[in-house]
Ligand binder design. Structure first.
Ligand SMILES: *[C@@H]1O[C@H](CO)[C@@H](O)[C@H](O)[C@H]1NC(C)=O
Ligand SMILES: *[C@@H]1O[C@H](CO)[C@@H](O)[C@H](O)[C@H]1NC(C)=O
Ligand SMILES: *[C@@H]1O[C@H](CO)[C@@H](O)[C@H](O)[C@H]1NC(C)=O
Ligand SMILES: *[C@@H]1O[C@H](CO)[C@@H](O)[C@H](O)[C@H]1NC(C)=O
Ligand SMILES: *[C@@H]1O[C@H](CO)[C@@H](O)[C@H](O)[C@H]1NC(C)=O
Ligand SMILES: *[C@@H]1O[C@H](CO)[C@@H](O)[C@H](O)[C@H]1NC(C)=O
Ligand SMILES: *[C@@H]1O[C@H](CO)[C@@H](O)[C@H](O)[C@H]1NC(C)=O
Length: 287
């Protein structure tokens, strides 16, 4: 059983050539667990002080030789770091252990999303979803198949679905940044959902207007939060069977059913969104 270290402050290292009688004049540096690889054990001749802040869970000070490992017990701790873009929240478990000449810090990094992603959705049930947006750099359109295949091959992800109102807000924000870089600001962004073959001939029945009328790569149990241009039966041309987000002028972003192909109908499909559940990535071990 090791000691739980403070989750806020891991190491405080006091440095500088402070005379032993005036240690208050020395400068105090805080180091993050992932910055300090090894802390040498020194003597007073080295005129530096290393302090490890320890949280005692039961209010008593640990006993034993040489803190923070006290008779060679491993000091362990856990941090949840709510990191921000371009990084993502992560969990880290760390261990400080004694060696003959000092202390070594090892830690595991468990990231919610990897560096490929552009956004993070946090659902009301605390489920997290990593989000990526792709932009076409010429004037063409992504077909539904190109978008779906790219999500899978590049990110092991699926076309994304804006299930909750806050999702649509995040999709809008990410799309807003990208549409300024596309040939035309008025564009479609592909998302998950393609009308089933059977419903292509009867798009207006209640069944076909429900999520059951569409095939999703992910899971879309409800259209409750889909803000439609008209409604889910929309089918202006025979090819209009794929769900898209419409970025048009300064209008709020809405969902429509538009061509699955690469033709302009009437706007080009210049963006698509991919998503993957968070916390499925490799945990990195550092020692
Ligand atoms: C160091 O600072 C503490 C708290 O400010 C003070 O009580 C103590 O007397 C100081 N020690 C020296 C050597 O100046
Ligand atoms: C500490 O002081 C000793 C004796 O002067 C020296 O050999 C050693 O390299 C110093 N260690 C560090 C980490 O500065
Ligand atoms: C507090 O916890 C430490 C480490 O688990 C243990 O050695 C010590 O006996 C405990 N003290 C009390 C008063 O429970
Ligand atoms: C202390 O931690 C080190 C590094 O993680 C590990 O190799 C060692 O087995 C641990 N020792 C104990 C007693 O848990
Ligand atoms: C990483 O963190 C997630 C979220 O807390 C957890 O569900 C998962 O088990 C962790 N993975 C590992 C390998 O610890
Ligand atoms: C995009 O461009 C418009 C007008 O050209 C500007 O008002 C807006 O701030 C830009 N948005 C972003 C996210 O760059
Ligand atoms: C769905 O929208 C179409 C126009 O696209 C309209 O004609 C139809 O009445 C609407 N159906 C429902 C159930 O709102």
């Amino acid at each position: 059983m090791g000691w739980m270290l403070s989750s806020l402050l891991l190491l405080t290292i006091l440095c500088g050539n402070a005379p032993r009688t005036k240690q208050n004049d020395s400068t105090c540096y805080n180091y993050d667990y992932d910055y300090v690889d090894f802390v040498s054990r020194t003597t007073s001749a080295n005129e530096s002080v290393v302090a490890f802040k320890v949280n005692s869970l039961n209010g008593t000070c640990p006993t034993g030789a040489i803190p923070p490992t006290f008779d060679n017990q491993n000091a362990t701790g856990h941090l949840y770091v709510n990191d921000y873009p371009p990084y993502w929240p992560y969990h880290t478990d760390y261990t400080i252990y004694a060696t003959l000449t000092g202390w070594k810090i090892s830690y595991k990094m468990n990231y919610s999303c990897n560096g490929n992603f552009n956004g993070l959705l946090i659902h009301p049930d605390d489920r997290m979803v990593c989000l990526k947006i792709y932009r076409n750099s010429n004037t063409g359109s992504f077909t539904y198949n190109e978008a779906a295949t790219s999500c899978e091959s590049a990110d092991n992800a699926l076309l994304a679905a804006p299930l909750y109102p806050e999702d649509l807000k995040k999709f809008s924000e990410l799309g807003e940044v990208q549409r300024n870089k596309t040939a035309n600001r008025n564009i479609y962004a592909r998302i998950d959902g393609i009308r089933t073959k059977a419903c292509q001939s009867t798009p207006r029945t209640p069944y076909c207007m429900s999520p059951k009328g569409f095939t999703f790569l992910s899971s879309v149990p409800t259209f409750e939060h889909y803000n439609w241009v008209t409604n889910s039966s929309a089918m202006a041309t025979a090819n209009d069977n794929c769900l898209v987000l419409v970025f048009n002028g300064n209008n709020a972003v809405k969902v429509d059913v538009k061509s699955c192909e690469g033709n302009f109908n009437p706007l080009p499909a210049q963006l698509f969104f991919c998503s993957s559940p968070a916390w499925v990535y490799k945990v990195w071990d550092y020692d």
